[in-house]
Design a protein around this ligand. Sequence first.
Ligand code: C2E
Ligand code: CA
Ligand code: CA
Ligand code: CA
Length: 275
Amino acid sequence: AKADPLTNICFYDPALGEAVRESRALASDLRQAIESDQLTLHYQVQTSIGSGEIRGYEALLRWTHPERGNIPPSRFIPLAEANGLILQLGDWVLRRACLDAAAWPSHLKVAVNLSAIQLTHIALPQQIHQVLIETGLPPARLEIELTETALIKDKAQSLHIMRQIKALGVSIALDDFGTGYSSLDTLRTFPFDKIKLDKSFTDELKTDPRSLAVVRAVLTLARSLGIPVLAEGIETVEQLELLRIEHCDEGQGYLLGRPAPKDVVSQLGQRIEVG
Ligand code: C2E
Ligand code: CA
Ligand code: CA
Ligand code: CA
């Protein structure tokens, strides 16, 4: 129930109430989930497009709710961001991912997604440093994935935190590239080590000449900045072939491998041959 500011009379919108109640319930369940083993990380392979060599894996969070089953991150991450739980959740993900990766062959990297809220925390670089020490993972094997929206709230502070993270020897990738408001400004301002080209570009490559033109321009731009491009969401051999012709550096997507429990790392070997 909510008070009308004019009349001060409480009214009740059953539809709105239902959604709010459901979100609150889920948020409180999430608090429990962190403590009771309902969270796991799945890993999705990232490969060199030219050689098929496996470069590393992206950690993707999974929540198996005791009654509701699997809840997608697109549903619960925003909740965790709204109620502050994301800091605890983010810390759990970072620790788990670094711990898992420390047991992999030493040429493999692990990529971890960070939320915008985590990046506003001035203690983030220290926290990452701490996790690297505790898990024994060499900094060069950790990559942080950030979206543009994570950076634009307070540019100066974001830049400061980003530089501190890089000073640890950790690399940083720009996630979902091309979907934000100011992709070019972001590239100019922030010292990213990699561009992750959003899936929407990969989807249209084959069918839309304009998408292909934009992807070509991004690849040229990235090359002149000296940073590699990873294409997200590769689902077909045709997309992979086109990206190979365009000399895109790395790829990720269902065609190369779906996100799977950590055993996938020992099962996949060194290289993925497709097409
Ligand atoms: P993202 O970082 O852009 O991750 C890529 C998403 O695309 C993942 O969805 C992945 O499963 C999916 N995907 C990969 N290849 C393909 C493909 O070929 N086709 C299609 N249709 N989908 C593909 P997922 O795991 O549901 O994650 C969704 C989003 O949730 C992520 O988008 C990321 O923004 C967020 N997320 C996931 N794990 C974490 C986490 O640990 N921390 C934070 N802060 N966010 C996370
Ligand atoms: Ca990502
Ligand atoms: Ca992405
Ligand atoms: Ca995304």
